[in-house]
Design a protein around this ligand. Structure first.
Ligand code: MG
Length: 304
Protein backbone atom coordinates (compact mmCIF):
# COMPACT_ATOMS: atom_id res chain seq x y z
CA UNK A 1 0.00 0.00 0.00
CA UNK A 2 1.42 3.34 -1.01
CA UNK A 3 -0.79 5.62 1.09
CA UNK A 4 -0.80 4.35 4.63
CA UNK A 5 -1.26 7.59 6.54
CA UNK A 6 -3.97 7.80 9.19
CA UNK A 7 -7.04 9.87 8.40
CA UNK A 8 -8.01 12.82 10.58
CA UNK A 9 -11.35 14.59 10.31
CA UNK A 10 -11.10 18.27 11.24
CA UNK A 11 -14.29 20.17 12.06
CA UNK A 12 -14.40 23.93 12.57
CA UNK A 13 -16.85 26.57 11.36
CA UNK A 14 -13.96 28.96 10.59
CA UNK A 15 -12.27 27.98 7.35
CA UNK A 16 -8.93 29.59 8.23
CA UNK A 17 -8.75 27.29 11.28
CA UNK A 18 -9.35 24.29 9.02
CA UNK A 19 -6.56 25.39 6.71
CA UNK A 20 -4.20 25.93 9.64
CA UNK A 21 -4.85 22.53 11.24
CA UNK A 22 -4.62 20.82 7.89
CA UNK A 23 -1.22 22.42 7.26
CA UNK A 24 0.01 21.43 10.73
CA UNK A 25 -0.91 17.80 10.20
CA UNK A 26 -0.21 17.37 6.51
CA UNK A 27 3.00 15.38 6.96
CA UNK A 28 1.48 12.95 9.44
CA UNK A 29 -2.04 12.38 8.15
CA UNK A 30 -4.56 12.58 5.41
CA UNK A 31 -7.02 15.27 6.49
CA UNK A 32 -10.70 15.72 5.75
CA UNK A 33 -12.10 19.14 6.60
CA UNK A 34 -15.67 20.18 7.33
CA UNK A 35 -17.11 23.52 8.42
CA UNK A 36 -20.58 22.05 8.88
CA UNK A 37 -21.24 20.35 12.22
CA UNK A 38 -24.40 18.72 10.84
CA UNK A 39 -22.24 16.70 8.41
CA UNK A 40 -19.84 15.23 10.97
CA UNK A 41 -21.70 12.01 11.75
CA UNK A 42 -22.18 11.07 8.11
CA UNK A 43 -18.56 11.98 7.26
CA UNK A 44 -17.33 9.87 10.16
CA UNK A 45 -19.50 6.93 9.11
CA UNK A 46 -18.31 7.21 5.54
CA UNK A 47 -14.57 7.73 6.06
CA UNK A 48 -14.06 6.03 9.45
CA UNK A 49 -11.27 8.46 10.39
CA UNK A 50 -8.63 7.47 12.95
CA UNK A 51 -9.15 10.71 14.88
CA UNK A 52 -11.56 13.66 14.93
CA UNK A 53 -10.51 17.20 15.86
CA UNK A 54 -13.66 18.99 16.90
CA UNK A 55 -14.38 22.67 17.49
CA UNK A 56 -17.08 23.44 20.06
CA UNK A 57 -18.52 26.85 19.19
CA UNK A 58 -20.24 26.31 15.86
CA UNK A 59 -23.56 27.47 14.44
CA UNK A 60 -26.31 24.85 14.49
CA UNK A 61 -25.12 21.80 16.37
CA UNK A 62 -22.25 22.60 18.75
CA UNK A 63 -19.24 20.35 19.30
CA UNK A 64 -20.60 18.81 22.52
CA UNK A 65 -23.73 17.64 20.70
CA UNK A 66 -21.67 16.32 17.80
CA UNK A 67 -19.48 14.36 20.22
CA UNK A 68 -22.53 12.92 21.93
CA UNK A 69 -23.90 11.69 18.62
CA UNK A 70 -20.57 10.16 17.61
CA UNK A 71 -20.32 8.32 20.91
CA UNK A 72 -23.94 7.11 20.71
CA UNK A 73 -23.47 5.47 17.30
CA UNK A 74 -21.80 2.04 17.48
CA UNK A 75 -20.13 2.62 14.10
CA UNK A 76 -18.38 5.81 15.24
CA UNK A 77 -18.15 5.45 19.02
CA UNK A 78 -14.61 4.07 18.90
CA UNK A 79 -13.16 7.00 16.94
CA UNK A 80 -11.19 9.21 19.34
CA UNK A 81 -12.34 12.82 19.55
CA UNK A 82 -10.13 15.75 20.55
CA UNK A 83 -11.81 19.04 21.29
CA UNK A 84 -9.94 22.03 19.94
CA UNK A 85 -11.61 25.12 21.28
CA UNK A 86 -11.37 28.66 22.55
CA UNK A 87 -13.55 27.70 25.54
CA UNK A 88 -11.07 27.73 28.38
CA UNK A 89 -13.40 27.26 31.36
CA UNK A 90 -12.73 24.23 33.51
CA UNK A 91 -16.36 23.12 33.35
CA UNK A 92 -16.28 23.10 29.55
CA UNK A 93 -13.20 20.92 29.59
CA UNK A 94 -14.78 18.65 32.18
CA UNK A 95 -17.95 18.39 30.08
CA UNK A 96 -15.97 17.58 26.92
CA UNK A 97 -13.94 14.86 28.61
CA UNK A 98 -16.99 13.35 30.30
CA UNK A 99 -18.70 13.11 26.91
CA UNK A 100 -15.94 10.69 25.97
CA UNK A 101 -13.42 12.98 24.26
CA UNK A 102 -9.87 11.69 24.63
CA UNK A 103 -8.31 15.16 24.93
CA UNK A 104 -9.18 18.84 25.21
CA UNK A 105 -6.91 21.47 23.69
CA UNK A 106 -7.55 25.16 24.10
CA UNK A 107 -6.82 27.91 21.59
CA UNK A 108 -4.49 29.63 21.13
CA UNK A 109 -2.34 26.51 21.08
CA UNK A 110 1.29 25.69 20.49
CA UNK A 111 1.75 24.07 17.09
CA UNK A 112 4.42 21.55 18.14
CA UNK A 113 2.41 20.53 21.20
CA UNK A 114 -0.76 19.95 19.16
CA UNK A 115 1.18 17.99 16.58
CA UNK A 116 2.78 15.83 19.29
CA UNK A 117 -0.56 15.18 20.99
CA UNK A 118 -2.20 14.20 17.73
CA UNK A 119 0.69 11.85 16.95
CA UNK A 120 0.43 10.23 20.38
CA UNK A 121 -3.31 9.70 20.07
CA UNK A 122 -2.92 8.28 16.58
CA UNK A 123 -0.27 5.88 17.84
CA UNK A 124 -2.51 4.72 20.69
CA UNK A 125 -5.36 4.27 18.25
CA UNK A 126 -3.09 2.22 15.97
CA UNK A 127 -2.21 -0.08 18.87
CA UNK A 128 -5.87 -0.45 19.84
CA UNK A 129 -6.62 -1.39 16.23
CA UNK A 130 -3.89 -4.06 16.28
CA UNK A 131 -5.32 -5.60 19.46
CA UNK A 132 -8.80 -5.42 18.02
CA UNK A 133 -7.65 -7.17 14.86
CA UNK A 134 -5.87 -9.92 16.81
CA UNK A 135 -8.98 -10.58 18.87
CA UNK A 136 -11.06 -10.93 15.72
CA UNK A 137 -8.93 -13.56 14.00
CA UNK A 138 -9.61 -17.29 14.09
CA UNK A 139 -6.54 -18.98 15.55
CA UNK A 140 -6.57 -22.02 13.27
CA UNK A 141 -7.31 -20.56 9.87
CA UNK A 142 -6.12 -16.95 10.18
CA UNK A 143 -9.37 -15.56 8.75
CA UNK A 144 -11.97 -13.59 10.73
CA UNK A 145 -13.65 -15.33 13.63
CA UNK A 146 -17.33 -15.47 14.54
CA UNK A 147 -17.10 -12.33 16.65
CA UNK A 148 -15.67 -10.34 13.73
CA UNK A 149 -18.35 -11.81 11.48
CA UNK A 150 -21.16 -10.67 13.78
CA UNK A 151 -19.72 -7.17 13.97
CA UNK A 152 -19.10 -6.95 10.23
CA UNK A 153 -22.57 -8.17 9.36
CA UNK A 154 -24.12 -5.57 11.61
CA UNK A 155 -21.90 -2.85 10.15
CA UNK A 156 -22.63 -3.87 6.55
CA UNK A 157 -26.32 -4.12 7.31
CA UNK A 158 -26.36 -0.51 8.54
CA UNK A 159 -24.33 0.58 5.54
CA UNK A 160 -26.67 -1.21 3.15
CA UNK A 161 -29.62 0.50 4.84
CA UNK A 162 -28.02 3.90 4.39
CA UNK A 163 -27.11 3.32 0.76
CA UNK A 164 -30.16 1.21 -0.04
CA UNK A 165 -27.83 -1.33 -1.59
CA UNK A 166 -28.21 -5.12 -1.67
CA UNK A 167 -26.35 -7.26 0.82
CA UNK A 168 -25.58 -10.95 0.26
CA UNK A 169 -24.54 -13.68 2.63
CA UNK A 170 -23.13 -17.13 1.87
CA UNK A 171 -22.85 -19.94 4.40
CA UNK A 172 -20.42 -22.66 3.40
CA UNK A 173 -20.17 -26.07 5.01
CA UNK A 174 -17.53 -28.73 4.36
CA UNK A 175 -19.35 -31.89 3.31
CA UNK A 176 -19.00 -34.88 5.65
CA UNK A 177 -16.18 -33.25 7.57
CA UNK A 178 -16.74 -35.40 10.63
CA UNK A 179 -16.04 -38.47 8.49
CA UNK A 180 -12.89 -36.75 7.17
CA UNK A 181 -11.68 -36.04 10.70
CA UNK A 182 -12.51 -39.55 11.89
CA UNK A 183 -10.86 -41.15 8.87
CA UNK A 184 -7.72 -39.05 8.49
CA UNK A 185 -7.26 -37.62 11.99
CA UNK A 186 -7.53 -34.14 13.46
CA UNK A 187 -4.23 -32.83 12.13
CA UNK A 188 -5.28 -33.59 8.57
CA UNK A 189 -8.70 -32.12 9.42
CA UNK A 190 -7.11 -28.88 10.59
CA UNK A 191 -4.95 -28.69 7.46
CA UNK A 192 -8.04 -29.21 5.34
CA UNK A 193 -9.88 -26.36 7.09
CA UNK A 194 -6.89 -24.04 6.67
CA UNK A 195 -6.70 -24.77 2.98
CA UNK A 196 -10.43 -24.27 2.46
CA UNK A 197 -10.40 -21.02 4.45
CA UNK A 198 -7.67 -19.64 2.21
CA UNK A 199 -9.47 -20.82 -0.91
CA UNK A 200 -12.79 -19.24 0.09
CA UNK A 201 -11.00 -15.99 0.99
CA UNK A 202 -9.28 -15.95 -2.41
CA UNK A 203 -12.61 -16.22 -4.22
CA UNK A 204 -14.31 -13.44 -2.26
CA UNK A 205 -11.44 -11.12 -2.89
CA UNK A 206 -12.87 -7.60 -2.88
CA UNK A 207 -11.73 -5.46 0.04
CA UNK A 208 -15.30 -5.03 1.26
CA UNK A 209 -15.99 -8.77 1.32
CA UNK A 210 -15.53 -10.57 4.60
CA UNK A 211 -14.82 -14.27 4.95
CA UNK A 212 -15.09 -15.74 8.42
CA UNK A 213 -14.99 -19.07 10.19
CA UNK A 214 -18.58 -19.32 11.27
CA UNK A 215 -18.41 -22.55 13.23
CA UNK A 216 -16.36 -25.77 13.29
CA UNK A 217 -16.31 -26.63 9.57
CA UNK A 218 -18.60 -23.81 8.52
CA UNK A 219 -17.53 -20.60 6.83
CA UNK A 220 -19.45 -17.43 6.06
CA UNK A 221 -18.98 -14.83 3.44
CA UNK A 222 -20.46 -11.32 3.58
CA UNK A 223 -20.76 -9.68 0.18
CA UNK A 224 -21.71 -6.02 0.47
CA UNK A 225 -23.32 -4.25 -2.46
CA UNK A 226 -23.78 -7.58 -4.24
CA UNK A 227 -27.01 -8.69 -5.88
CA UNK A 228 -28.35 -12.25 -5.97
CA UNK A 229 -26.79 -13.03 -9.37
CA UNK A 230 -23.37 -11.76 -8.32
CA UNK A 231 -23.45 -13.72 -5.07
CA UNK A 232 -24.43 -16.94 -6.86
CA UNK A 233 -21.42 -16.46 -9.15
CA UNK A 234 -19.12 -16.07 -6.13
CA UNK A 235 -20.69 -19.14 -4.52
CA UNK A 236 -20.10 -21.20 -7.67
CA UNK A 237 -16.49 -20.01 -7.86
CA UNK A 238 -16.00 -21.07 -4.23
CA UNK A 239 -17.58 -24.48 -4.81
CA UNK A 240 -15.41 -25.10 -7.87
CA UNK A 241 -12.22 -23.78 -6.26
CA UNK A 242 -12.64 -26.14 -3.30
CA UNK A 243 -13.26 -29.08 -5.64
CA UNK A 244 -10.15 -28.06 -7.60
CA UNK A 245 -8.02 -28.52 -4.48
CA UNK A 246 -8.53 -32.28 -4.98
CA UNK A 247 -8.21 -33.07 -1.29
CA UNK A 248 -8.85 -36.85 -1.12
CA UNK A 249 -11.88 -37.86 0.95
CA UNK A 250 -12.28 -41.63 0.84
CA UNK A 251 -14.97 -41.47 3.53
CA UNK A 252 -17.30 -39.15 1.65
CA UNK A 253 -20.52 -40.41 0.12
CA UNK A 254 -20.62 -37.37 -2.20
CA UNK A 255 -17.32 -37.59 -4.08
CA UNK A 256 -13.90 -39.06 -3.48
CA UNK A 257 -12.64 -35.54 -2.77
CA UNK A 258 -13.56 -32.82 -0.29
CA UNK A 259 -16.56 -30.74 -1.41
CA UNK A 260 -18.65 -27.96 0.09
CA UNK A 261 -22.35 -27.17 0.30
CA UNK A 262 -23.40 -23.54 0.13
CA UNK A 263 -26.54 -21.67 1.11
CA UNK A 264 -27.10 -18.04 0.29
CA UNK A 265 -29.49 -15.15 0.67
CA UNK A 266 -29.58 -11.61 -0.62
CA UNK A 267 -31.53 -8.85 0.96
CA UNK A 268 -32.36 -5.29 0.15
CA UNK A 269 -32.25 -4.06 3.71
CA UNK A 270 -35.23 -2.27 5.04
CA UNK A 271 -36.17 -1.59 8.59
CA UNK A 272 -38.96 -4.15 8.22
CA UNK A 273 -36.65 -7.13 7.91
CA UNK A 274 -34.08 -7.88 10.53
CA UNK A 275 -30.58 -9.19 10.35
CA UNK A 276 -31.30 -12.48 12.11
CA UNK A 277 -33.91 -13.28 9.50
CA UNK A 278 -31.36 -12.92 6.73
CA UNK A 279 -28.96 -15.32 8.47
CA UNK A 280 -31.84 -17.77 8.96
CA UNK A 281 -32.71 -17.61 5.28
CA UNK A 282 -29.13 -18.38 4.24
CA UNK A 283 -29.00 -21.16 6.83
CA UNK A 284 -32.22 -22.71 5.52
CA UNK A 285 -30.66 -22.77 2.04
CA UNK A 286 -27.52 -24.42 3.35
CA UNK A 287 -29.73 -27.09 4.91
CA UNK A 288 -31.47 -27.46 1.55
CA UNK A 289 -28.11 -27.97 -0.22
CA UNK A 290 -27.09 -30.63 2.27
CA UNK A 291 -30.43 -32.41 2.02
CA UNK A 292 -30.47 -32.47 -1.75
CA UNK A 293 -27.15 -34.23 -2.20
CA UNK A 294 -24.42 -31.76 -1.06
CA UNK A 295 -21.63 -30.26 -3.23
CA UNK A 296 -24.12 -27.68 -4.49
CA UNK A 297 -25.53 -24.21 -3.99
CA UNK A 298 -29.05 -23.32 -2.88
CA UNK A 299 -30.08 -19.74 -2.95
CA UNK A 300 -33.05 -17.90 -1.44
CA UNK A 301 -35.48 -16.11 -3.74
CA UNK A 302 -34.97 -12.38 -4.13
CA UNK A 303 -36.81 -10.55 -1.38
CA UNK A 304 -37.69 -7.52 -3.47
MG1 MG B 1 -15.96 27.81 16.15
Amino acid sequence: MVENKPTVLIVDDVSVNLALMSAILENDCRTICSDDSAQVLSLALEHQPDLILLDIMMPGMNGFEVCERLKANPSTSRIPVIFLTSLTEEEDEERGLSLGAIDYITKPFSVPVVRARVRNHLEMQRQRDILERLSSIDGLTGISNRRAFDQALEREWLRALRHESPLSLLLIDVDLFKQFNDGYGHIAGDDCLKLIARTVADQAGRTADLVARYGGEEFACILPDTCRGGAIRVAEKIRQAVAALHIPHAFSSVANEVTVSIGGATTHPSKRIDLAEMVQRADAQLYESKNSGRNRISYARDDR
